[in-house]
Design a protein around this ligand. Structure first.
Ligand code: AMP
Length: 371
């Protein structure tokens, strides 16, 4: 594993695999051009290593020159291709073979084709060491390539991440952080919201609190809000169907998320099953359910305290709070079995300083295997 700037990269292609690919391209081009004297045009900066090794394996007479184009800034192609260096040699009537390190979207290639389309060259071919066929959307069929590779960000052997990594002999690929999806579990007042705020920062997760989403809807007077209000006012659960649909919308609004904290969801077995199905359909899963545990009397005091400032009517009335505990015991507590059966249930002592409890949660999360 290596680190370039802020990102980790893991080994992807060995020196030998790369050299085999270079030899393959050189042999194919040599077979077709043995009776001509082609001009190889290396595309800077990325192709300099490929060009050097390619030429060592090219056995026939040839010339070499370079152009400089650039479309990557950081990890994603910007779409802006600039031509910084022109081919100055007299290329009229000659066979041109472009040597590229990698073809991905094909934008750079299009610029090259454009560059040579106004000239009187005899013929024009493309030879690329790497080819991301999945993302290539150009019309020009690539003439020669060494290796077809999946759409991963790679560095090394001439390719860079923000200018670093070009000098590596091997090729590395970006290590993507595995997704973490957590369910924060616990009775009202257990500190789920407080801890979720901390965890979402630490692990770059999206925090979905179903209670917050309902309250936002009530405030905005939406149909969903009006529907939920009567249940929430009594400390009862909103019907599953409504809650599940809302949750699905929240997840789907964040397709780029590196993970979610589900806070206040699921609260029934039906919701837990719906969540599993939803995540599975997206190639995701729950990694862990972490329960913040505290006794009812402590929670009651916390909620009444919160009720003085939160403006939540369900926090201001002891009987409503007790009803929320009853709902929890009847409908939500069975989820402990549900997640234990999946070996995902973790219990954390929810009494103590906020920071202290946060550290307990981090300990659990960092011990998860996220394969
Ligand atoms: P909370 O903010 O998590 O304490 O939730 C406040 C209220 O919102 C609950 O008492 C329920 O009425 C409603 N609610 C929140 N999440 C759910 C859920 N997953 N299922 C049903 N009702 C919910």
């Amino acid at each position: 594993m290596i680190k370039l700037h802020d990102k980790q990269f893991e080994p992807y292609l060995s020196e030998e695999q790369i050299q085999d690919a270079v030899k393959k391209v050189a042999a194919e081009v040599a077979r077709d051009y043995k009776d001509k004297v082609p001009i190889f045009v290396g595309v800077l900066n990325g192709a300099f290593m490929f060009v050097a090794d390619f030429l060592k394996h090219y056995p026939h007479p040839c010339e070499v020159t370079f152009v400089k184009l650039s479309s990557y800034r950081g990890l994603t192609s910007t779409g802006i291709v600039r031509n910084l260096l022109d081919v100055s040699e007299n290329i009229e009537g000659r066979s041109i073979i472009i040597l590229e390190d990698i073809i991905d979207t094909g934008r750079t290639l299009q610029e090259l084709i454009h560059l040579f389309s106004n000239t009187n060259i005899k013929d024009f071919k493309i030879a690329s060491l790497f080819y991301k066929s999945e993302v290539y959307n150009g019309e020009y069929a690539i003439d020669y390539f060494g290796l077809e590779i999946p759409n991963k960000f790679i560095v090394g052997y001439g390719l860079d991440y923000l200018e670093l990594g070009r000098n590596l002999k091997e090729v590395y690929q970006l290590k993507e952080n595995p997704m973490i999806n957590l369910v924060l579990f616990g009775k009202p007042g257990a500190g789920k919201g407080t801890q979720a705020e901390f965890l979402k920062e630490k692990y770059s997760l999206i925090h979905i609190s179903t209670g917050d989403v309902f309250r936002r809807n009530i405030k905005n007077g939406t149909e969903l809000g009006n529907l939920a209000k009567s249940y929430m006012d009594q400390g009862e659960l909103v019907p599953d169907e409504v809650t599940i649909n809302m949750l699905r919308d929240e997840v789907e609004q964040n397709p780029e998320a590196s993970g979610f904290i589900f806070d206040g969801f699921p609260r029934t077995t039906a919701q837990a099953e719906a969540l599993d199905n939803l995540l599975e359909s997206k190639g995701m899963k729950i990694n862990a359910t972490v329960a913040l545990e505290a006794e009812d009397e402590i929670l009651l005091q916390r909620l009444l305290e919160r009720g003085k400032t939160s403006g939540r009517s369900d926090d201001q009335d002891e009987s409503k709070i007790r009803n929320r505990f009853v709902e929890y015991n009847q409908k939500t507590a069975p989820l402990k079995e549900f997640y234990s059966a999946q070996e995902k249930f973790h219990s954390v002592n929810g009494v103590g300083e906020i920071q202290e409890i946060a550290e307990r949660l981090v300990q659990v999360i960092d011990s998860l295997s996220t394969e």
